[in-house]
Design a protein around this ligand. Structure first.
Ligand code: HEM
Length: 162
């Protein structure tokens, strides 16, 4: 895809990209922000998913969801810009890394899975807010979500080695 390659080459010439490569401290600082952000994101999502799967069944799911999912969305303000900056340090190299592409595909799948959950099974949550098992589809989507986030973290960690 010459257009994507051209955009990656252009990105690599920008002062931001040069700073990410040239500064000895910028990359580790941005990576720390990325890690702090996804710790909150994946932590919040995992606790919500475990509740849907039946842990702490007496906790009202809607109240828990309002609390945790707000933190998950807010954490994206750290995770995504920091991830884009890390990417900008070596755009060509990351684009040619299959693990990076797999990570992006898994992120899109996790987003679609969450959107499908909220637009579908979660609409009926009033019937299973507290003290009841969630319907099988909701539990399957929560289990899939946990697997996807684990795979995303694994891909992120593998980037340094592949
Ligand atoms: C939203 C959820 C995300 C999670 C859970 C996640 C997870 C991770 C993990 C676990 C690492 C490895 C950190 C380390 O070993 O020190 C990492 C690094 C990285 N991530 Fe993410 N990431 C996310 C989003 C993104 C996005 C949206 C982008 C870019 C578009 C991105 C780009 C990168 C890059 C370029 C690295 C650096 C790899 C390296 O230095 O070797 N990430 N991520």
């Amino acid at each position: 895809m010459p257009l994507v390659a051209g955009a990656a080459d252009w990105l690599a010439t920008t002062p931001l990209s040069q700073a990410m490569r040239g500064s000895p401290w910028l990359y580790p600082v941005v990576e720390t922000v990325h890690i702090a952000g996804f710790a909150v994101l994946v932590g919040a999502v995992a606790l919500f998913d475990l509740r849907v799967l039946g842990c702490a069944k007496t906790l009202p799911l809607r109240a828990l969801g309002r609390h945790l999912l707000r933190w998950a969305l807010a954490s994206l303000l750290l995770v995504i810009p920091a991830g884009v900056l890390l990417f900008a340090s070596q755009p060509r190299e990351f684009l040619s890394n299959p693990v990076f592409l797999l990570k992006l595909a898994l992120l899109a799948t996790a987003g679609l899975n969450a959107a499908a959950f909220h637009a579908g099974a979660y609409r009926g949550v009033a019937a299973w807010d507290a003290g009841h098992a969630a319907p099988p589809l909701a539990r399957a989507q929560a289990a899939l979500s946990l697997l996807l986030w684990l795979a995303i973290i694994t891909c992120g960690r593998m980037l340094a080695y592949v």
